[in-house]
Design a protein around this ligand. Sequence first.
Ligand SMILES: CC(C)=CCC[C@@H](C)[C@H]1CC[C@H]2C3=C(CC[C@]12C)[C@@]1(C)CC[C@H](O)C[C@@H]1CC3
Length: 371
Amino acid sequence: MSSSALLEPTPELSKALHQDVVEDQSSSSIINRLKSKNKELQTQSINTYKQFWEDSENNNEESRTTMYKTLTNTYYNLATDFYEYGWGESFHFSRRSVGETHRESTRRHEHLLFSSAQIKAGMKVLDVGCGVGGPARECIRFTGAHVTGLNNNDYQIQRANIYAAKYKQQDYSTFVKGDFMDMPFADNSFDAVYAIEATCHAPVLKGVYSQMYRVLKPGGYFAIYEWCLTDKFDATNELHRKLALDIEHGDGIAKLFGTDVALQAAKDAGFEIEVVSDIAHETTVGNEIPWYSYLDVGMIDFSGIQGFARSHIGRKFTSNAVKVLEKVGIAPEGTVKVQDVLTTAADSLVAGAKIEIFTPMYLIVGRKPLN
Ligand SMILES: CC(C)=CCC[C@@H](C)[C@H]1CC[C@H]2C3=C(CC[C@]12C)[C@@]1(C)CC[C@H](O)C[C@@H]1CC3
């Protein structure tokens, strides 16, 4: 099978695949969402995604980086509903202190980035790879800025617009479809730019960081949480290589880069670096819970359906429930495979984190020089 077998992620495909769910203004349950997919297109999407990774022709970095747009788009067409069901509206990890809820730690993690980027009321801010807009909405609440969310996935843009209407934030946010390697914005048009666990989908980090530099006004701040392989990653170690590939496959990433590559890319893009830190390994008062704990074996969260859904045992429950839904024809054929891909993601992230070869929160804060 050639790499072109992945379905072209056009707006028409999105509309046909997700059907009337995109028009739904209420927060629809995962069952309703699965029920209303175009079954044939959903099955085709997951089969081609699986095939893409199994196909040895595609299972090499060059082919994956060439196909990054289609690869990541196909992934989010399949994963978005599950992410919202098990994680909420902000698609990222966070450090958590004892006594802190998932929502509280998510917010705190976002606030740290917004403060690092010096975002203030009235500023024009860009969120690169905004998902369904969870962090953008919090940025608006926390700072009073106007946030433009850039995303290449039509379904996520539609979800973001639905939420903006729900939370009455239309005047403070705009969600734009576009490729972060070739942004549809003029030079020097934003006061601050940030990205949360999103630019790892880029085929070349310097490419996306250079675009962030280009659209940022001189003197403006750039702040990112990057997904990276750490210095402990050893490319000659078979287990390390397998875990990196599983993270890529499970999370729709063409290629993971090292922290050294990310930092150099930010410098090469032109930023004056002010802060660099793998905050996964920083300790703060009471911060004793690793970022991956929710996904780890033995962790049970009784804080509600979402808490249960993201736990290891909850994932097993979801896999079995999805099998039944698929059997009785409610969920499209192949939905079990989507849950399998997500299980690969969760397991490899936890394993990679435990041996410290991976971090989802390599913080880089830089500034575009005034001259
Ligand atoms: C892919 C990138 C760059 C960022 C997303 C990070 C996380 C928010 C996701 C990574 C793995 C995801 C999984 C889930 C939610 C979102 C993630 C943690 C689930 C818990 C959602 C519910 C499913 O039934 C199981 C998923 C496992 C993986």
